[in-house]
Ligand binder design. Structure first.
Ligand code: 2NL
Length: 367
């Protein structure tokens, strides 16, 4: 006949086998083997037995503890693998779903041109730098040799915020991406080779101006940098961007507070069916010249504002409007269409999402 202990053992092992969750199994383990557990209680009874009783009951109780421990471990493995199987079954995805009939959506020409510019300049060793669109007047103006009284500040039609920041500086929407480059000079030091593309804001709105537009600036800081580096870089950039070897540059002296000397860059265009096409010398072809970039040698005061010694480091910088470059390259004549969000315009002028610009594939092959 089975002893009381044998019956209890059978019932306990059945109970373990019947658990359906890891939490229930853990609760059962504590109830059996924990400090206050029933099997722990049985082990404590050994102390009060006579040596004779103990020789008989001891091995039985120990054997029970071992079989219960083994059963708990075995059930734990079974429940864990069942949980894993259930998760794997629940997380399957159907890779046989069909692709849509036609690609949907397209890349906006501004986004495409920004990618093209990043690709062209990456090839020349420039990294892309970004920064805040909400700026303080020091980074946007003062550091760029435009102190508070400077007339160029008024010309920027700046959007100001009503409140100053913690440092007491006036806050504004950046009017150009130059502050990104000031921040990069301070944070990274020299030498430096970056482009700063992004949104900029000026309170100006008519057929050729939108209050938000896109700019890209470039900055090179190194030792012994001179106008020759500027000219070669801009010529190489414009030829790669417009994908033509016959791009001709004309450099004109100009003025910007942040560069000295300053140089405006025109490219020659040719008239083809009454449309201006970049390429060829403007005067010779019956075409003309179009201004595409502002540039110059970085003003000593700006190098110093960037935390560098202008006797040790020199540099050149340039800036241009991305929207204008996009219109020139892709033959669009209305700036405002860029911001209308008209799906028909986008499907005509937009680019395929997978058409990532590469130098070998042509930076701007349209969809
Ligand atoms: C234009 C002219 C320009 C720069 C931007 C620059 C930036 C730093 C230092 C010096 Cl940090 N210069 N930027 C220089 C010359 C021209 O932009 O017509 N933009 C639309």
């Amino acid at each position: 006949m089975a002893s009381e202990l044998d019956v209890a053992a059978r019932r306990t092992l059945d109970e373990i086998a019947a658990t359906t969750t890891l939490d229930a199994l853990e609760a059962l383990r504590v109830a059996l083997l924990g400090k206050q557990g029933s099997i722990s209680g049985l082990l404590k009874t050994l102390g009060k037995m006579t040596p004779e009783e103990r020789t008989i009951e001891g091995p039985k109780i120990h054997a029970l503890r071992e079989s219960v421990t083994a059963a708990l471990a075995e059930r734990k493995i079974a429940l864990e693998s069942a949980a894993l199987e259930a998760r794997l079954a629940a997380e399957t995805i159907d890779l046989t779903l069909p692709a849509p009939d036609a690609p949907r959506g397209s890349v906006h020409p501004i986004a495409q041109v920004m990618d093209e510019l990043a690709e062209v300049f990456a090839d020349l060793g420039f990294a892309v730098a970004t920064g805040p669109e909400i700026e303080d007047d020091w980074h946007n103006f003062t550091a760029l040799n435009m102190p508070e009284s400077h007339p160029a500040r008024a010309m920027h039609d700046t959007f100001y915020f009503p409140d100053r920041n913690e440092a007491g500086r006036e806050m504004l929407l950046r009017t150009h991406t130059s502050p990104v480059q000031i921040r990069a000079m301070i944070a990274q030091g020299a030498p430096l080779r970056i482009i700063a593309p992004g949104r900029v804001y000026r309170s100006d709105s008519d057929a050729t101006h939108t209050p938000m537009f896109h700019q890209i600036e470039g900055l090179v800081i190194d030792k012994g940098i001179h106008l020759g580096h500027l000219k070669w870089t801009l010529e190489t950039f414009l030829k790669a961007f417009f994908e033509r070897d016959d791009v001709v540059l004309r450099l004109r002296p100009s003025y910007f507070p942040f560069t000295e000397p300053s140089v405006e860059v025109d490219v020659g265009y040719t008239l083809i069916n009454g449309k201006r096409v970049i390429g060829g010398s403007g005067d010779a072809s019956g075409g003309g010249w179009m201004e595409v970039l502002g540039s110059g040698m970085v003003n000593r005061k700006v190098i110093a504002a960037g935390g560098l010694d202008p006797d040790e480091w020199q540099g050149f910088a340039f800036g241009t409007g991305v929207d204008r470059l996009a219109m020139l390259k892709y033959g669009m004549d209305d700036l405002r269409a860029f911001f209308d969000g008209d799906a028909r315009w986008l499907s005509h002028y937009g680019f395929a999402a997978l058409d990532v610009p590469t130098l070998s594939g042509g930076v701007g092959t349209p969809a």
